[in-house]
Design a protein around this ligand. Structure first.
Ligand SMILES: [Fe+2]
Length: 378
């Protein structure tokens, strides 16, 4: 089951709880949203001054956004506006927070976890990692990088993009006096945390600083207003597509049908294939570009399947790795014996040719001697 609809939720009104878990002691947390089936969650975490942690990793993809404070991570310093995507199994350096800090902390595949380690897990997809200061190291782009587009005055900084699910993590802002008069919904879940500022939405009212929502797919939101502007951190769990309309009474079921009708009209062959019976593809069709996408934890989660146990993956990889050297040895032994045979043949040929040359030389000498003797007799 996916996370329930939480909107609006103003976290500043609730108290922190002690984070009594290995790797997190010395910090406090609030739950903003939680998937009760797999423990995936978005937390607001306050690290108390003097917090320290050794290098380590988690078995879930982790995202972190620094709201306040300075966090020393290995040889990096993360300050306000820093964002990091840390793939499952990738280790990060020792953490030290002398003066305390506040962050949004997201575990995407399972409950928060920490294992001390100074190296990456062999299955960690480390190339997907991201670490940057979003305030200073990323430019604002127009909201129309997603079309159909939000109204002008809503700008976006894409921070992380998942090529399998097209899920996107981004920073967005609304300029002062931002207005958008239509109603929106998406195929994806949408999440937002207001870092600063207040916006207004027709369905859910005012969302101030510290305001949060986790909104499942196909739920109407809009029209929008913001008098002084906002800056916010947002995410989707799959492709972000804006479906706009002007019917404030449409239901989730009607919105879903309307989205499917657009697919029926605009991509008729794909709709016909996906909707027809008998494909026998309960875990998704084959994709020659991403042959192992069925194993991806986020893809499985989106389709209501539990993640593959990390132990099973590790055993499969260990088996593959164990096979490779044996095969190599066999191949190298074959090569060596071929070489040996070839060199033997070469030596044999050389000897033979030497013998032949020698015999020929002797024969030539004999014939020369005979001809000289004949000449003398004459
Ligand atoms: Fe939206």
């Amino acid at each position: 089951m996916a996370r329930p609809h939480i909107e609006p939720y103003v976290e500043l009104d609730t108290a922190y709880k002690k984070f009594d878990l290995s790797g997190f002691r010395g910090s406090e947390y609030k739950v903003l949203s939680l998937d009760v089936d797999n423990g995936a969650c978005t937390l607001k975490v306050k690290f108390n001054g003097g917090y320290k942690r050794k290098p380590g990793l988690s078995y879930s993809d982790v995202e972190i956004f620094v709201l306040e404070g300075r966090i020393k991570v290995g040889d990096q310093v993360w300050t306000r506006g820093h964002y990091a995507f840390i793939p499952a199994g990738m280790h990060i350096g020792a953490i030290s927070i002398p003066q305390g800090a506040e962050v949004i902390l997201m575990y995407n595949d399972s409950e928060p976890s920490f294992e001390e380690s100074d190296r990456n897990h062999p299955l960690a997809l480390t190339e997907a990692s991201v670490s940057l200061n979003t305030y200073t190291d990323a430019p604002w782009g127009p909201g129309n990088i997603v079309t159909p587009s939000v109204a002008s005055g809503c700008l976006i900084k894409p921070l992380h993009y998942d090529p399998l699910t097209e899920a996107i993590t981004f920073l967005y802002c609304m300029t002062p006096q931002f207005r958008q008069d239509n109603i929106s919904y998406h195929d994806s879940a949408e999440e937002s945390y207001h870092i600063w500022g207040t916006s207004w939405m027709m369905q859910f009212g005012l969302l101030p600083t510290g305001g949060y929502f986790w909104r499942p797919e196909y739920i109407n939101h809009g029209a929008f207003r913001s008098e002084l502007g906002i800056i916010a951190f947002g995410r989707t769990d799959s492709k972000l597509h804006n479906y706009f309309h002007y019917n404030p009474w449409s239901t989730v079921e009607e919105n879903t049908l309307r989205a499917a009708a657009q697919l029926y009209r605009g991509r008729p062959r794909l709709y016909a294939w996906a909707a027809s019976e008998g494909h026998n593809h309960p875990h998704g069709p084959q994709d020659f570009e991403h042959p192992h996408y069925h194993d991806n934890a986020q893809v499985r989660h989106l389709h209501g399947e539990p993640p593959i146990a990390i132990e099973e993956q590790a055993v499969a990889v260990a088996k593959q790795q164990a096979k490779k050297p044996a095969a190599k040895k066999k191949a190298s032994r074959k090569k060596a014996s071929k070489k040996k045979a070839a060199s033997k043949q070469k030596v044999g040929r050389k000897k033979l040719s030497k013998k032949r040359v020698g015999k020929k030389k002797v024969a030539r000498k004999k014939t020369k001697k005979k001809s000289r003797a004949k000449a003398r007799r004459k």
